[in-house]
Design a protein around this ligand. Structure first.
Ligand code: SF4
Length: 275
């Protein structure tokens, strides 16, 4: 019977909601889930922006960001996950161009010389909704009397009904920061680099709703661990599941979507399953 994890994070909760079986492969069996190109671009952009925000405010310029990107690149180039992608020179150039576009996209959203950064990459351990929480907050800012949670995103901003739900992560960070330092952040925002800022005030109602859904997911995890029952939840994301070759339901879902012409050519599970 699997042990209950020591802590729960927003990304773990999100994966749980997507598919409990995938969650089991990832968090119980600890099978590799290697990041793809978009995730590695995001990691590199995050690193450069972290370094930039550690500079004195007046030094946070585009030119300085370019220098920091150049300094940070060699470490990324030898990262085993990046090496495993096996990119050729043109693809590496494309990777670096996309990463730089994300980094430079910060200036389309804010002037970083005017931001009072209180901390970057803060590791927060807390209790949220009765759940042992762990998360890493990209940036904690002070804006006058307000405390602001900021998280960078290098992908596309969500549309329609997915927009409010995408703020769950930063609202949980706000609850965790409040539990950890005794001060509630006033705002929580997602910076979709180069695109837009998605932001919310941190209200009692929003926190109660978000933390109760987080706690509900945690209780579901506990029940699944106690009877070792982790259901599959087949859907379009099976095409991006690194465990599709281990999962009969996922394999059937991907095959069905491929034969119906409803699976993108670049979905990694196609190669995994030889489709
Ligand atoms: S292939 Fe689909 S159903 Fe199977 S574990 Fe992955 S996401 Fe879940």
């Amino acid at each position: 019977m699997p042990d209950l994890p020591r802590s729960f994070s927003p990304s773990s909760a999100s994966l749980w909601k997507q598919c409990p079986r995938r969650w089991r492969y990832r968090y119980v069996e600890k099978l590799p889930d290697p990041p793809g190109i978009p995730a590695l671009i995001g990691t590199f952009a995050h690193r450069v922006l972290e370094l930039l925000c550690d500079e004195p405010a007046t030094g946070r310029t585009v030119d300085r960001a370019r220098e920091l990107a150049g300094q940070a690149w060699p470490k990324t180039a030898i990262n085993p996950d990046f090496v495993a992608l096996g990119l050729d020179d043109r693809q590496v150039h494309d990777f670096r161009w996309k990463a730089w576009t994300a980094i430079e996209g910060l200036w389309a959203l804010e002037d970083p010389t005017g931001v009072e950064v209180r901390a970057t990459e803060c590791r927060v351990t807390a209790t949220v909704g009765g759940v042992p929480f762990f998360g890493i907050v990209d940036r904690l800012d002070r804006d006058g009397d307000s405390l602001v949670i900021t998280d960078y995103k290098s992908g596309k901003a969500p549309r329609g009904a997915d927009r409010p739900k995408s703020l769950d992560q930063v609202l949980l960070y706000a609850a965790a920061v409040e539990d950890s330092i005794g001060e509630r952040p006033d705002r929580a925002r997602l910076l979709y680099l180069g695109a837009e800022i998605l932001e919310t005030a941190v209200s009692d109602d929003l926190l109660a709703d978000t933390t109760s859904r987080f706690a509900e997911a945690w209780h579901e995890v506990g029940a699944a661990c106690s009877n070792d029952r982790f259901n599959t939840r087949p859907g379009p994301l099976c095409g991006w599941c690194p465990y599709a070759d281990l999962c009969d339901d996922g394999r059937a879902e991907v095959e069905r979507r491929v034969s119906a012409g409803r699976m993108r050519d670049d979905a990694p599970a196609r190669a995994l399953l030889g489709l």
